[in-house]
Structures are given as structure tokens and as C-alpha cells.
Design a protein around this ligand. Sequence first.
Ligand code: ADP
Ligand code: F6P
Length: 319
Amino acid sequence: MKKIAILTSGGDAPGMNACIRACVRSALSKGMEVYGVDRGYKGLVKNKIFPMTSQSVCEIIHRGGTILKSARCLEFKETETRKIAAEKLKTLGIEGLVVIGGDGSITGAKALSDDYGINVVGIPGTIDNDLAYTDFTLGFDTAVNTVLWAINALRDTMTSHDRVSIIKVMGRHCGDIALYAGICGGAEYILVPEVPYDIQKIANEIKKNKERGKTASIIVLAEGAGNEQEIKTIVSVISGADVKFSTLGHIQRGGTPTMADRMLAAKFGFKAIELLESGKTNRVVGCRGKEIFDMDITEALSMKKNFEKKIYDMAAVLS
Ligand code: ADP
Ligand code: F6P
């Protein structure tokens, strides 16, 4: 393969830039021509495709976000829109497309390949860690560390004032950000969409803890795991505690990528280009422990995410 393009799509994630850099420089080292696509599938459809050089990716390894910009393009779910995108790629003679994004973006890549024969390789890039086939997605580690920073700060002030903190975190339908940040931040309660919980019971426990002298607690609430206002009201009424609510919002999506995310970015990008070079396409890359692997895109997307209930239960013992 001699001509390839790269796009980032869906919610941006720290490490996307480092991954773009890895893709561009690996591809150039193999003598390929490299193109960037502006704003994900939107840019494909609008033909916003431009050549990239080694200099295009200077000074970006440490930056969050994506220099290619990202977007959600709902029209891409229609085959007619994908046809336009495929035609643009074919007209330019682009033989392979690297898609860095989450579940939705990789589903879009598969559809482009299934319908119009475009050779794709998907790289999992999302803070949500919601792709079943890989241990980790790009951006997850950085997002969790951002949440951890916030939990640490909240714990200081909650302890000083004998308060309960509810901190809401992202993740869409996946509780992994809450789970990992909750465990590592020593949260007393972790509420995730995957595991039912009894908020009355939790509030009663907080009340008893208060009577015993444990006057501060942290509750990490994942997106999709309940209404924060309802939870706050129930906990304060039953426990009598002063409950404060914080949400990190899009702060979780930005920031300089951690070592773990930069390493993953380098390995994912390098592997994706190896796959395109050898003509092994319609694949995704992923990691299992330190190992990077590739898998058929359809098989990967059909896998169901396995919530790590064992470590969730461990958190209850340790808190
Ligand atoms: P993420 O990739 O982070 O999961 P989204 O779910 O919002 O984010 O998906 C990003 C983009 O991927 C969508 O805006 C759309 O362009 C494309 N996409 C998502 N689902 C599909 C689908 N079923 N078919 C084709 N394209 C899709
Ligand atoms: O997929 C990443 C994510 O940040 C989710 O955790 C969240 O549900 C969603 O994107 C937020 O999307 P937006 O940036 O469009 O508000």
C-alpha cells in the first residue's frame, strides 16, 4: 500500500495526537504517502483531505485533543453518505484508512469497508474504555488520572469539613472510568451502570459511619448510573450529612497524555501501519497486557464488554 489517510472521530481522547504522529512517521518510513482528514467522517465527505509530512506532527506528542480535529457525523450512518466518502478516497487513490476513535467510529469504518471495499484499520481511541476486545483504549489512563487528581483534592476538603462528596464522571454506558478512579482514589462508594445498587442502604451506611466517627466519604458516580440530584437528596436526608456535588465534565477529555497513553499511542499507530503495509486490512488493533494484537473488525465489534466485577467487589472490601 502506497497511499493512506488518517482520521480521528467521535469524542477526542488524550493520546490521539501521539497516535497520529506514530501513524504518520511509521507510514513515511515505509515510503507511503500520508494524508490527514479534517474533522473525522465529516471531512471525508467534504473532501477535506490533505497531505501530511513528518513536520506536520512536530511538537504534538504531549498535547491532548487532536490536530486533525474530531466530529460526530450522524449522516455517516447512511450508506449514501458513506458512498460519497468512499468515492473521494478512491478518486485520490487512497488505498487504506486509519480510523482513530471509539465504538461508533470503528463501526463507521467497518460500514465503509463492508459497503464500499475501503481498506480500514481501527485504533481504539476513547476515554470511555468501552471496547470489549481490548484491555485499554487510548485516553482512558489519562482521563482516570485526571479524575484521580480531582478525587484527591475533594478528599482534602471533604475531610476538613466532615462532608460527603459525589463526583460525577464520564464513560457513557461504561463504568470503567468510575471503577478505576474509584479504586485508586479510595472512594467509599462507586456507582456504575453495570451493577445495581441501593442508595438508601448506602445513605444508612454513611449515617452509621458518621456516628462511629468517619465523617467524610467520596461517592464516584458514573455517567448513566443514576441521577445526581436524586442521589444527593437521598444521601443528605437519610444520613444528615452535608453532601456536595461536583462534575468534571469535559476536563476529563483533555490534558497532556500520560506515559501509558503515549506508549499505547506509539504501539497502536506503529501496528496499524504495519497492517496496512502488509495488506492485512479490515482489522482493529488492541492490547492485552503489554502485547499489541490485531483482530478482525467485525469480530471485535461483536464482542460484549465484560465489566470487571471482581475488582468492583474488591473496592468494597478495601474502602
Ligand atoms: P465514538 O467513536 O467515540 O464512540 P460516536 O458513537 O459518537 O463516538 O461515533 C462517532 C461517529 O462515528 C459518528 O458521528 C458517526 O459518524 C460514526 N458512526 C457511529 N455509528 C455508526 C454506524 N452505525 N454506522 C456508520 N457510522 C457510524
Ligand atoms: O465518548 C466520550 C464521551 O466523553 C463520553 O464519556 C460522553 O458520554 C460523551 O463523550 C460526551 O460527548 P460530548 O463531547 O458530545 O458532550
